[in-house]
Design a protein around this ligand. Structure first.
Ligand SMILES: *Cc1c(COP(=O)(O)O)cnc(C)c1O
Length: 476
């Protein structure tokens, strides 16, 4: 399988795009074609174990890792020890409502991002070893991505992680989860600023091509194709767990921010999985809902993005959305580029009434949004009616999913984090603290290891250079 950029450049094979962020032309990596599985082929996947299913779903997109090695990578990644059960992503019905929770958050950091990030950890290690390379991952996080990346890269020889986070602005649990790591290859950097400042620092370092090349700077952000691909697997898994007759439809509802998770669902649908509606759930930051309701997409400036009680969805620019528009345009790179230049320049792009709108409608996407009050009410109600505590992001999904539930068609809501990770909001909703997995007992009391950094890219570069010199000396 060859990959191309959404802006037209040819990019190479899977391992070529795995380690890189944006394509050189500013676009995102996409497979040249998307293989479609027939009903008989789908039926053969029904009873596979998670790693075997992952192999069958991902294999067509990965032509440059030998079968044995890829199987081994997936076996190593999707273990009951890491994800709490051999199902990896168990499906739980909410009573007889026809709503289901697909549990994606039983991994090391209690959010769905572990599922793809754990794969990336093993896949990076494999490719770097094969090519005798090293990489220094530089990223910015508002909470979940950073911890998932750090726990996935822990102790990996050829990888260092430099993760910027806005000092004092994550949930107490999230801060403690990251800053309590005391590992030679993990560098937490608490920046004097907000999340956008962290992201700008990463951009500034990446803009320095000389520094970037000299220090092998890489990324694992949400546009990483390996993450999208690994996420497609659990849509298959969730669908098969319903035990529907062959070909019967199911709907999915996905709490969304950067459009990475739900885009993976769209990939599964394009591969032939009988998904009817793909419901995008937004919080108060409703750029995606605006598009699917009114046909207009535009980026919200940072000052318009609200700080909400489902913070991992506080995003004004859905970085994976370009992939969707690229497919909607009929893989027309020129059209995609034109749209994206408009969006980047602050102009809205409206697709209603154009040749493209019927493709949007046909793609099965629906959407909705939730407010703080609706989020709290949903957490309370699902607890009362089904005895099940959910986190604020999952609550956004359940709230929207309930509204768009079709009679007789199951609606699978993706559980994107465990309530323990956002206990302040859960406490506000139900007046008690959620259970916390034992390994996190007393987390907040542990020692913290984070460097403090002013909002200054030169200071960041100096910190990276110093840390790498120290590591090299320590290694030898
Ligand atoms: C990252 C995240 C989301 C949003 O996922 P996208 O792939 O960015 O759309 C939703 N909920 C939680 C808990 C997250 O960590």
């Amino acid at each position: 399988m060859q990959y191309v950029s959404t802006r037209g450049h040819t990019l190479g094979t899977f391992t070529d795009v795995l380690l890189s962020g944006l394509a050189p032309d500013g676009g995102l990596a996409m497979p040249q074609s998307i293989p479609v599985l027939g009903t008989d082929q789908l039926e053969q996947l029904r009873h596979l174990s998670y790693p075997d299913l992952a192999y069958e779903v991902m294999r067509p997109f990965i032509s440059d890792i030998p079968e044995r090695d890829l199987r081994q990578l997936l076996q190593k990644t999707y273990q009951a020890d890491t994800f709490g059960s051999p199902e990896i992503t168990p499906l739980t019905p909410l009573g007889t409502s026809g709503l289901y929770l697909l549990e994606l958050s039983n991994g090391p950091t209690l959010a769905f991002k572990d599922i793809a990030m754990q794969f990336l950890g093993h896949a990076f290690e494999y490719v770097l070893e094969r090519e005798n390379r090293r990489i220094n991952i530089l990223g910015a996080t508002s909470g979940d991505t950073g911890s998932a990346a750090e726990y996935a890269m822990l102790g990996k020889d050829r990888i260092n992680v430099f993760m910027l986070s806005p000092r004092g602005r994550m949930s107490r649990f999230q801060q403690a989860q990251m800053y309590s790591l005391n590992e030679p290859n993990i560098h937490n950097i608490a920046v004097e600023g907000v999340f956008d400042d962290c992201q700008d620092l990463v951009k500034a370092v990446n803009a320095d091509a000389e520094f970037k090349a000299r220090y092998d700077i890489g990324a694992v952000n949400s546009i990483n194709w390996g993450r999208v691909l690994a996420q497609a697997v659990y849509y298959f898994r969730g669908y098969f767990a319903l035990k529907l007759p062959a070909g019967a439809e199911a709907d999915f509802c996905v709490p969304s921010g950067n459009f990475g998770n739900v885009f993976a669902g769209y990939l599964a649908k394009l591969m032939g999985l009988p998904i009817g509606q793909l419901v995008v759930a937004s919080n108060e930051n409703s750029v995606l809902n605006e598009f699917f309701e009114h046909g207009t997409y535009h980026v919200w400036p940072a000052e318009r993005v609200a700080v909400t009680s489902s913070p991992s969805m506080d995003i004004g620019k859905a970085s994976n959305f370009e992939r969707y528009l690229y497919l909607i345009s009929g893989q027309d790179a020129q059209q995609t580029q034109q749209w994206w230049e408009a969006v980047a320049g602050g102009q809205p792009v409206t697709l209603t009434g154009t040749l493209h709108w019927p493709h949007v409608t046909a793609s099965g996407f629906r959407s909705g949004q939730s407010s703080h009050a609706q989020r709290l009410d949903t957490i309370r109600r699902i607890d009362r009616e089904y005895g099940r505590l959910i986190d604020p992001h999952t609550a956004d999904g359940v709230f929207v999913g309930e509204r768009l539930k079709r009679a007789g068609i199951p609606m699978i809501c993706l559980e994107t984090a465990l309530p323990a990770k956002f206990e302040e909001t859960v406490y506000e909703a139900v007046g008690r603290l959620p259970e916390r997995p034992e390994r996190f007992a007393g987390l907040e009391a542990r020692s913290r290891y984070a460097s403090e950094l002013p909002n200054d890219s030169e200071a960041l570069k100096a910190l990276i250079a110093r840390a790498l010199v120290a590591r090299t000396l320590g290694d030898s």
